[in-house]
Write a protein of this length. Structure first.
Length: 627
């Protein structure tokens, strides 16, 4: 069994989404692109315990919090005297137009690869999925379902809405086919969901519930799967009922309780209640389910502590062991897990992913760890992006001809991973630009935060292209994934410049042959001399320039080339004052802020208006862009 597609309308931060899933998948993207929302949506449809929450959904589960078709301007007026908001629907509005239908949350999940037992159970609601076309087969030719690409499928839908008459929210899950074929659609109930075997591990799941006997805990799920019904409640309750806490008078508690009992007798008959005493529990099954907790021995001694008081990494691995037990019992389980890297070392992250993939019919992860992402192929990597209207799109990395799969895998952690996870990408020509620009942007942001912002705060990831010829293809790779891509480079030929500009939002190209040359030509002597006094000159430069300060710029040119791998030019720029940093670099940093974080004119302060971005080194003023 596996999920092939999910369609989401109006749920949380997603206005609309239509996502296709491979057999195993990792959902990646910048924060707030909808990764967790997608897993929560699947849980609403397939999670057997999700609908037990009261209410199932609330105001914040609707896109932009809009759950009624009546606008606040038309339906609410402020009673100035009482200070209360009263609902008013005018007679004129009722007479002239019908109200729009209220917003609904609609989530549709398509499931294929059903087991024999599932096909028997859900056969009346079966449909046919065309794997090649990635849609349902609806041709009039019945014989067409015999094709190898046509799979039996089940569609299930969750519909949530606000009920004005009840002044409450309602959410139910249905067999999707029955929604179209019947006036009274068939619900997809708890036992139907249990037959599907969807398991969703949130970070909160690793808290106090996992190894308790509370309903829905991992231990409780295992017991139910094994059809074990612990016949322990009566005996345990009888034992606890006979145990009175602190009954010995030396503790002092019994004396206080006795004085309370004496006072009670003065005012009420004994039938009303007498003899207060302390017990260790409410003496009900439900309370015992919540308070019974597994203890784990720690260290070399005999001391044991509650499992949830262990280290976070230990808890996560313990939960993984429980989940593996569940997967082995069901043998046809869809497993979803958020960020398995939390408090887990890299080697264990890989083990978790590998084991879960082997244990489940489908595994869906979210992650921001390169060690986790490495365990998934290109076709299993689902890159999500969300636009300002709440529309979520998916993409799969499509390597250009210049980037071979072997290189992609070898350089994944150092060159590709961070870009896949970011919203905005700055493709830098080489190591110098890739290290220097983030450093100088941080420095400028410290010196003048009205004009400059660090690249990290702008959500920009800087990627080293490894050479000017690689910039167009690398930019194309990220642009096709829905990223906002910029590029920075030295002076290019007209042809290469045009190739880069075709793939990026903005190209930042200076007029020098190298970034080091740009810095040395456009920096005053004072910061160069100051930097020369702080560094330890390597012997080969001392041999060539016995007194480096005598030919300072030549010596520093040698030093910057020698220290490419050790961030020499980044260290230099990080110790400069604002006016000492070359104008082209300042303009580039200021322009990136404008492009990534445009501010409305009325929001600008007097201090910001007083600032001016210096003109670029090519003489073009960027004042209009800044203002």
């Amino acid at each position: 069994m596996r999920i092939r597609r999910i369609k989401i309308d109006n749920f949380r931060g997603i206005k609309k989404a239509d996502i296709l899933f491979p057999k195993h998948a990792v959902l990646i993207g910048d924060n707030n692109t909808g990764k967790t929302t997608i897993l929560e949506a699947i849980d609403l449809v397939l999670g057997p315990d999700r609908l037990n929450r009261v209410p199932v959904i609330d105001e914040h589960d609707f896109f932009e919090g809009k759950y009624t078709s009546l606008s606040p301007d038309d339906t609410k007026s402020m009673d100035q005297d009482a200070g209360n908001i009263t609902e008013e629907v005018t007679d004129e509005a009722d007479a002239n137009s019908d109200p729009d239908p209220p917003p609904h949350i609609e989530i549709e999940v398509t499931i294929t690869d059903l087991s024999e037992e599932q096909r028997s159970r859900f056969g009346d609601y079966a449909e046919w999925w065309d794997e090649d076309a990635k849609k349902f087969y609806d041709e009039p030719n019945v014989a067409g379902v015999d094709g190898g690409q046509i799979l039996q499928a089940l569609r299930v839908s969750f519909i949530g809405q606000y009920i004005p008459d009840e002044d409450d929210f309602e959410g139910k899950t249905y067999f999707t086919r029955s929604l179209f074929e019947s006036d009274r659609p068939d619900t997809f109930g708890r036992r139907d969901k249990q037959a599907c075997g969807f398991l969703y591990l949130r970070s909160l799941r690793t808290g106090t519930r996992a190894l308790s006997l509370e309903r829905g805990s991992l231990l409780d799920i295992i017991l139910r799967l094994k059809e074990i019904r612990p016949q322990m409640w009566e005996k345990t309750l009888d034992s606890l009922a006979s145990f009175i806490v602190a009954s010995d008078p030396k503790f002092g508690i019994s004396g206080i309780l006795e004085s309370i009992n004496t006072a009670l007798k003065k005012y009420v008959p004994k039938e009303w209640g007498v003899q207060p005493h302390l017990k260790v529990s409410n003496l009900t099954r439900e309370h015992l389910r919540k308070v019974i907790t597994a203890f784990i021995q720690t260290g070399d001694g005999d001391h044991a502590a509650p499992f949830y008081r262990q280290g976070r990494g230990t808890i996560n691995m313990l939960v993984l062991a429980l989940l593996s037990q569940i997967a082995e019992e069901k043998q046809n389980v869809i497993f979803a897990m958020e960020e398995p890297e939390t408090a887990i070392p890299p080697y264990a992250q890989k083990r978790i992913v590998h084991e879960i993939q082997n244990l489940s019919s489908q595994a869906i992860f979210t992650s921001q760890s390169p060690y986790v992402l490495e365990e998934f192929g290109l076709d299993e990597t689902v890159v999500l992006s969300r636009d300002s209207d709440g529309i979520v799109n998916q993409a799969t990395p499509d390597l250009p001809d210049s980037i071979k799969l072997k290189r992609y895998r070898q350089e994944f952690r150092t060159r590709f991973c961070e870009g896949l996870l970011a919203r905005r990408i700055l493709v830098a020509e080489g190591t110098t630009e890739a290290t220097a620009l983030p450093a100088v942007a941080r420095r400028l942001a410290e010196l003048n935060p009205f004009i400059y912002v660090s690249l990290e705060a702008l959500g920009i990831c800087t990627v080293d292209a490894g050479g000017e010829t690689n910039i167009p293809d690398l930019a194309k790779l990220y642009r096709k994934l829905g990223k906002c891509v910029f590029a920075i480079c030295d002076k290019q030929s007209d042809a290469n410049k045009a190739a880069i500009e075709d793939q990026v939002e903005s190209l930042f190209m200076h007029e020098e042959a190298g970034f080091e040359e740009l810095v040395l030509k456009n920096t005053p002597d004072a910061p160069l001399l100051r930097f020369a006094d702080t560094i330890e000159w390597p012997q080969h430069i001392i041999a060539k320039y016995p007194d480096p300060k005598a030919k300072l710029r030549d010596a520093l040119a040698e030093y910057f080339l020698w220290s490419k791998g050790s961030l020499g030019i980044a260290d230099f720029l990080a110790q400069c004052a604002e006016e000492e940093i070359p104008q082209w670099i300042r303009t580039t940093c200021a322009t990136l802020k404008i492009l990534c974080d445009p501010q409305p004119a009325q929001a600008r302060t007097d201090d910001e208006d007083a600032q001016e971005v210096p003109p670029s080194s090519d003489g073009v003023s960027h004042d209009d862009e800044t203002n």
